[in-house]
Ligand binder design. Structure first.
Ligand code: AMP
Length: 217
């Protein structure tokens, strides 16, 4: 089984992906995480992506698809079940993912769309904090740490993603509506799209995702 977790920034794709991959033995590929790693390691991809991400825009389809191909290639020897988190994000990427599925003999993915109202997304993004050491995520509005700025799990310092500031958040949501939301129409027409209300607790949303997977796959 292959799955796409789709949704606007702040809809909980990363959090839910971590649970779904464990439950269904899928291999998690987050293009956002891969790009952030590339930026940290100052690779050629990272150097091209850094400013684009900091502006809240999308990295070019060619760059991100090529990066994805190189991530899948070595993993494909040991698995044929992936969870794509944050890809596809444009209509050309829908076709590019279909081509990658053909190239690597993968079944075409089901798509779960996490729907969250805009006001909640803004609070989730601007309030998000991440532990620099263990990567646990918090939110100053919804899930604060016991001591401000200090991770509950490991006492590491909390950091913010560079693109979680208010200005970039607005731009990321604008870009989502303009370039990513049209992806939903295509998958809807293909009959592989499942939209859920993703405003509840992490557990509630995880249950909804499991129900879709178990009823359909
Ligand atoms: P994310 O962690 O999924 O929110 O991604 C962070 C940023 O990485 C996005 O705002 C984009 O700039 C870039 N990015 C991640 N995935 C893609 C993609 N599929 N296509 C283009 N840009 C992407």
């Amino acid at each position: 089984m292959n799955l796409v977790l789709f949704g606007p920034p702040g809809s909980g794709k990363g959090t839910q992906s971590e649970r779904v991959v464990k439950q269904y033995s899928l291999t998690h590929i987050s293009t956002g995480d891969a790009l952030r790693t590339a930026i940290r390691n100052k690779t050629a991809v990272g150097l091209k992506a850094r400013e684009v991400i900091e502006r809240g825009e999308l990295v070019s389809d060619e760059l991100v698809t090529e990066m994805l191909r190189e991530i899948i290639r070595p993993l494909r020897d040991t698995t044929d079940s992936f969870l794509f988190d944050g890809y596809p994000r444009t209509t050309p990427q829908v076709e590019q993912l279909a081509n990658l599925c053909e190239e690597f003999s993968l079944s075409h993915p089901a798509v779960i769309n996490l729907h969250v109202p805009e006001e909640t997304l803004i609070l989730r993004l601007t309030g998000r904090r991440i532990c620099a050491d263990c990567k646990a995520t918090y939110n100053i509005y919804f899930k604060p740490t016991r001591q401000a700025g200090v991770c509950d799990e490991c006492s590491g310092p909390l950091t913010k993603r560079v693109d979680d500031n208010p200005e970039t958040t607005r731009e990321r949501l604008r870009v989502y509506h303009e370039q990513s939301a049209p992806v939903l129409r295509i998958y809807g027409e293909q009959g592989v799209l499942y939209t859920i209300d993703a405003t509840g607790s992490t557990d509630d949303v995880a249950k909804k995702i499991s129900r879709i997977i178990e009823e359909n796959y």
